[in-house]
Design a protein around this ligand. Structure first.
Ligand code: RP5
Length: 164
């Protein structure tokens, strides 16, 4: 199976990234994580993106806060799918990172998830890899069913409490 590449602008983004690594681990998807910043270590971010396909990656998650140019900078240097996670690390509470990540110019797409949306970023990567991987698709279906069962349990609890 192809690996998922994870890049974060700072180790202060780890709480968001952990939500992604939890999902990838649960689905048995290999990944590699790095701290590369579009502004503080632009050469390393560029080299990672340029070599990502040759290095066995199938999709990349890029998480950053504030003036969050990391996902776009990675996307500029690879045609692998890039999932951007805007992180809420500043006084603007993630709105800055959301707009910086999502408003990409035509030709260089970044699939942007919700602010701090680490789990969905990992699920999107899994769904991309599952296009060519029937066993992974089966695990995704199983997760959907398990997640739905948990919601139905909550429904039963709420119904028992209020619907007399
Ligand atoms: C961004 O600036 C990082 O992705 C992080 O979300 C934010 C703050 O970084 P630190 O000052 O905590 O390193 O580049």
């Amino acid at each position: 199976m192809k690996k998922v590449g994870i890049v974060m602008g700072s180790d202060s983004d780890l709480p968001v990234i952990s939500k992604a690594t939890d999902v990838l681990t649960a689905l048995g998807i290999p990944f590699e994580a790095h701290v590369y910043s579009a502004h503080r270590t632009p050469e390393q971010a560029r080299d990672f993106a340029l070599n990502a396909r040759a290095n066995g990656f199938g999709a990349i998650i890029a998480a950053a806060g504030m003036a969050a140019h990391l996902a776009g900078a990675i996307a500029a240097n690879t045609t692998l799918p890039v999932i951007g996670i805007p992180c809420s690390s500043s006084v603007l509470d993630g709105m800055d990172a959301l707009l910086s990540t999502v408003m990409m110019p035509s030709g260089i797409p970044v699939a942007t998830v919700a602010v701090n949306g680490g789990a969905n970023a990992a699920l999107l990567c899994a769904q991309i890899l599952a296009v060519e991987d029937a066993e992974l698709a089966r695990r995704l279906d199983e997760k959907r069913q398990n997640d739905a069962a948990k919601v139905l349990e909550k429904d039963a609890e709420i119904a028992a409490r209020f619907n007399k």
